[in-house]
Design a protein around this ligand. Structure first.
Ligand SMILES: [Zn+2]
Length: 299
């Protein structure tokens, strides 16, 4: 049985490219024209505020998109004062520095070796306070080690980056990605008080009924994990390529190269939990794509 699919909870306006769309009070979305298997309809940039503005995830550094963000800022009624990214990936962060330079904004990010050099380093609990809004940072490693979600206080609107995407699961790619952390950080979202009211994801439309979606993502991952454990048991000793077919038989062949990374991440999590091991005794977190795996001795 393949894992259950995610519930359909897309909400709010349809995605349009490089035209500002209001998605919540004091929040505009500008979607970059970079659709792909990995980015869904494209990368969402959010403009928060009504006078001094914060921009979340400037996306690709194209004139087309950066110009659209600046027009959105004008429409919002103010100037860009802060620029931040949810994480360093190439569909989210390259526009950050150019946008900060064009607007004179302060650049805020969690530090990452492949990321932008921030003016202000952001960690868990950091609060960005603007006129009429406050954005609280949650460090949510898993999809990327530097991943931040931003919570718009008052509205309990979560800018989720790639921690939660609309319409698909996300790739967990070791060594920067970590499945155990990813699931722990998803669970944490369920315990936030007040509860998250809506999610503004890095890709796709707004997400209503967040708790239902987050619980379904966790269940989907655990179901996949059970299939991985079963396939490993059946194989006895196996590499990623031996397990890919049995584990991801329900996935389109074009997505298998990325599913392979999530498979690796699942094996690492199983090993951390004592349910699998690396055949040659290596630390599971120091494995490579070529490493071979086996069920834990006592399973
Ligand atoms: Zn990403």
């Amino acid at each position: 049985m393949p894992p259950r699919s995610l519930p359909e909870t897309a909400a709010g306006p349809e995605v349009v490219y490089d035209v500002p769309v209001q998605v919540a009070d004091g929040v505009l979305r500008v979607t970059a024209h970079n659709p792909s298997a990995m980015t869904g309809p494209g990368t969402n940039t959010y403009v928060v505020g009504t006078s001094e503005l914060a921009v979340i995830d400037p996306g690709p550094a194209t004139e087309e998109h950066l110009g659209a963000i600046e027009r959105a800022a004008t429409e919002a009624g103010g100037a860009v004062r802060w620029v931040t990214v949810t994480h360093h990936h190439l569909d989210h962060a390259p526009g950050a520095k150019p946008l900060a330079e064009r607007t004179g904004a302060e650049l805020l990010a969690h530090r990452h070796p492949q990321g932008v050099e921030p003016d202000t380093e952001v960690g868990d609990g950091f609060v960005l306070r603007g006129p009429g809004f406050a954005l609280r940072a949650l460090h949510t490693p898993g999809h990327a080690s530097d991943h931040l979600c931003w919570l718009l206080e008052g509205q309990s609107l979560l800018f989720s980056g790639d921690h939660v995407m609309q319409g698909s699961t996300v790739v967990i790619r070791p060594p920067d990605g970590n499945m155990a952390e990813y699931l722990a950080e998803l669970r944490r979202l369920l315990y936030l008080q007040p509860p998250v009211a809506a999610v503004a994801p890095g890709h796709g439309r707004m997400i209503g009924r967040p708790a239902e979606v987050i619980e379904a993502i966790i269940a989907h991952r655990l179901e996949r994990e059970a299939i991985v454990a079963e396939a490993l048991m059946a194989a006895g000793e196996a590499g990623l390529d031996d397990l890919l077919g049995p584990v991801y038989g329900d996935v389109a062949p074009s997505l298998l190269p990325v599913a392979r990374f999530s498979l690796w991440a699942h094996l690492q999590k199983l090993a951390l939990e004592g349910r699998a091991r690396v055949s040659d005794g290596t630390d599971p977190m120091a494995t490579t794509e070529a490493s071979r795996w086996a069920p834990a001795a006592d399973h």
